[in-house]
Design a protein around this ligand. Structure first.
Ligand SMILES: [Zn+2]
Length: 93
């Protein structure tokens, strides 16, 4: 399987993937997704990103680009674009 390089890099923000932001569905921001994303960012607990992928999937997220990034990137940063999608502008719970 060929991995999109962006799937393994969350910084810098993938400006050539703006569709991801446009397609982020409000319905994917479930309580579980928000709590996970907030906790990951607050605690720097990036080992929970695959759990966030599961929560996003359960919420109906079918964006494989986003799910794969959560699951396969091994060096997430607090500025991770997936976290930015879930918590735009660092918004709090
Ligand atoms: Zn990331």
């Amino acid at each position: 399987m060929t991995m999109d390089p962006l799937a393994t890099d969350c910084s810098p923000y993938p400006l050539d993937a703006p569709d991801t932001l446009r397609r982020f569905d409000d319905e994917w921001r479930t309580k579980a997704v928000l709590a996970l994303a907030f906790g990951i960012r607050a605690d720097g607990a990036f080992d929970r990103m695959p759990i966030l992928a599961d929560a996003l999937e359960e919420a109906g997220c079918d964006d494989l680009f986003m799910l794969n990034h959560c699951r396969y990137c091994e060096r997430h940063t607090p500025e991770c674009w997936v976290l930015e999608c879930v918590l735009p502008g660092g918004h709090e719970l």
